[in-house]
Design a protein around this ligand. Sequence first.
Ligand code: HEM
Ligand code: HEM
Length: 210
Amino acid sequence: MKLERYSRSARRLHTAVYLLTLFLLATGWWLLVGREGEPSPVARLLGLPDAALHVWVGWGLAIAALLPLVLARRGVAAFMRETLRRDPGDLGWLLRWPLAIVTGRFARHEGHFDPGQRIANVAIVGLLVALIASGIGLVLVHFGPVFVVLAAVHRLATFAFTVVIAGHILVAAGILPGYRGAWRSMHLGGRVRIDQRLKRRPGDREASSR
Ligand code: HEM
Ligand code: HEM
């Protein structure tokens, strides 16, 4: 039997956010390593400077991040509730996690997200908020002490976000033995087998197997 862990709209939002975010990471790092004078291959292709492309796509991300707050308030509330919950076995789950990555024998946990995902969610959402807020600040302020603070926040958040997202992709791509097949929950119809780490939980919707 297969399960649908995320609704179609949640999967679409996730894909939109990650395409925009990966583009911003790429152009952001291009600017950061001082390549601004030299257009990146994508800037050459589109005939626009990297900084301009970065800001346009940045606005796209800001809109994509705001949309669920208007259109899917119940989904946002459920995401927050499931992310901020704490259950008695959480610490034990986290202690067994490093071994379970390899063996696939995860401890039982309550709720939609495992305790590791809950920590990742706080880091991902917190850093995205910092990046969007400081990015909009940088569009508006071009010099002075406020600019210096915004630029430092934008840069430090980029470093932290790069590490967190690399970890998220490593886990979610399903390369590690304990997470084999996990990528399916967000792609190609979103159906995962229930014998994997992603056990059936209240709120998971049963999907008819194809
Ligand atoms: C995933 C999200 C984002 C990442 C990883 C990111 C990363 C970066 C990085 C690394 C830089 C270069 C900083 C430096 O050279 O010190 C940069 C510059 C900048 N970012 Fe972002 N950014 C993101 C989102 C945004 C958003 C949402 C906006 C605004 C709508 C934005 C606006 C800017 C601006 C205005 C600059 C300066 C561009 C220039 O050099 O003229 N960024 N970003
Ligand atoms: C680059 C920006 C990305 C952001 C901001 C992001 C954000 C998130 C968030 C907040 C979740 C919720 C649960 C969790 O933390 O696991 C999630 C789940 C997930 N993400 Fe991403 N993600 C990104 C990129 C990717 C990429 C490139 C993949 C491709 C493999 C991916 C695959 C997944 C999968 C499969 C899940 C569901 C895990 C489960 O079954 O619970 N993500 N993502």
